[in-house]
Design a protein around this ligand. Structure first.
Ligand SMILES: *Cc1c(COP(=O)(O)O)cnc(C)c1O
Length: 446
């Protein structure tokens, strides 16, 4: 599928970003030249996926599309039971409704925003146990998504297991920069889970990219196939939630994979209530077909290498220009260190959001803030949370842009970097929602 993109002038963009209250989520897509807001649902489907859509079975119950998806999940991910949902957060909503209660504690590696939202919404608490290296963009570590096993064991030791519904491992870890988790770490987490009698959930949106990094970076996996690595990764988990809009390369969809019938039965009740009957769960038959095909294509080595190397291409262009970025490069995005880019701003003025707005004004490129706006307020004290990193994420859609587009993005950001000293004013909040404020927040220039 080929789509047109549209150029604009700086004067146009000044007007549009003002009307959008300096929130890039509020821009019309036609006001964006190159859209690096997210890789979620923005990929291009293949000829085979489009063909599969013609074969969709739209029966309410027992559709062949459901069984195709069930068989594919069993074969590629190894889960006996599954429930379709309309996207990843819906999978979280259904599974967490069955498992998480007020007062619970959910340790993990930099929980994704919707995951944390669904935990805190239930008056439970997410505890971040990511390794310290993840929060320093200047140090090299091949697996910056790893869980610090000592931190995790502290949490498991100091809380009764009844209060810990599961440990959540996000692969790759979105919030810390699209950084992978090693197989050794996954096994270490499993061992601790066994020792303390708790379950493990894999938040699986980018599981295939994670497998690519295990294959290319971890000792002993060079000669293993992506599919073998994927099965071994999921072998460490009791259940998984999936946003199929990422590594399954579809525009909409999600699911939950489970090993135990008991959990499947519990979650089915909530699936029927929130999503739809258990054989479609908010998805069309045709979309389930495209998803099954996407799981196959998304776990092919050649595809993964092309994609991850394109992301790295953008990263190395930025490094050539001296722009401070998280290293090693992530699987789906380049993360620009906005505090090092704009050190003159106080944290209360939102480094990463300010930089995202400047890049948009410069070039029509839309990135996204992964910083204090996203980190939201502490649910108890209602104080702003200021995370260790303020990042501008440049997220690359799958199979959409060429390296030519990457050159344009890198040059635009280099131009902003060259004049970064002149950026002396950040942003302040005018209006915000009580939870997940970054999507709808209104801002103005300080
Ligand atoms: C996108 C994502 C989700 C949520 O999925 P949606 O499909 O956007 O609802 C959950 N976890 C991770 C790691 C994600 O990247």
């Amino acid at each position: 599928m080929v789509e047109p993109i549209r150029r604009s002038t700086r004067a146009d963009r000044e007007k549009w970003i003002n009307e959008a209250s300096f929130n890039l989520f509020k821009l019309r897509s036609e006001y964006v030249f190159i859209d690096l807001l997210t890789d979620s649902g923005t990929g291009a489907m293949s000829d085979r996926q489009w063909s599969e859509m013609m074969l969709g079975d739209e029966s309410y119950a027992g559709a062949s599309s459901y069984f195709k998806m069930k068989d594919t999940i069993k074969e590629i991910l190894g889960f006996e039971y599954f429930l379709p949902t309309h996207q990843g957060r819906a999978a979280e909503n259904v599974l967490f409704s069955a498992l998480v209660k007020a007062g619970d504690i959910v340790p993990g590696n930099s929980h994704f925003d919707t995951t944390k939202g669904h935990i805190e919404f239930r008056k439970a608490r997410a505890v971040d146990c990511t390794i310290a290296e993840a929060f320093d963009t200047t140090v090299y570590h091949p697996f910056k998504g790893n869980v610090d096993l000592e931190k995790l064991e502290d949490v498991l030791r100091s809380n009764p297991k009844e209060k810990i519904p599961f440990i959540v491992v996000t692969v790759t870890c979105n919030s810390s920069g699209g950084q992978p988790v090693s197989m050794a770490n996954l096994k270490g987490i499993r061992n601790l889970a066994n020792k303390y009698g708790v379950k493990v959930l894999i938040d699986a949106a980018r599981f295939a990219e994670n497998a690519y990094f295990i294959k290319t970076r971890e000792d002993g996996f060079k000669d293993r196939t992506i599919r073998e690595i994927v099965l071994e990764m999921f072998g460490t988990a009791d259940f998984m939630t999936m946003s199929s809009k990422k590594d399954a390369i579809v525009n909409m969809g999600g699911f939950i994979g489970m090993r135990e019938k008991e959990i499947f039965d519990k979650a089915s009740v909530f699936n029927i209530m929130f999503e739809g009957y258990i054989t479609y769960g908010g998805m069309s038959g045709r979309d389930m077909n495209a998803l099954s095909q996407g799981l196959r294509e998304g776990t092919e080595f050649d595809y993964l290498e092309t994609r991850i190397k394109q992301v790295a291409y953008l990263g190395s262009r930025l490094v050539e220009f001296g722009v401070p970025v998280q290293q090693p490069f992530g699987g789906h995005a380049i993360f620009v260190d906005a505090k090092r880019f704009l050190p003159q701003l106080p944290k209360e003025q939102f480094h990463a959001q300010t930089l995202a707005v400047e890049l948009y004004l410069e070039s029509g490129v839309r990135g996204v803030e992964i910083g204090a706006l996203l980190a939201d307020r502490d649910p108890e004290t209602r104080e702003n949370r200021f995370p260790a990193l303020e990042l501008l994420r440049l997220t690359i859609p799958r199979r959409v842009y060429t390296n030519n587009h990457m050159d344009y993005v890198a040059t635009a950001l280099a131009n902003v970097y060259d004049r970064s000293n002149s950026i002396t004013r950040g942003l302040k909040i005018v209006r915000e929602a009580p939870i997940m404020r970054h999507f709808t927040v209104d801002l103005e220039r300080v």
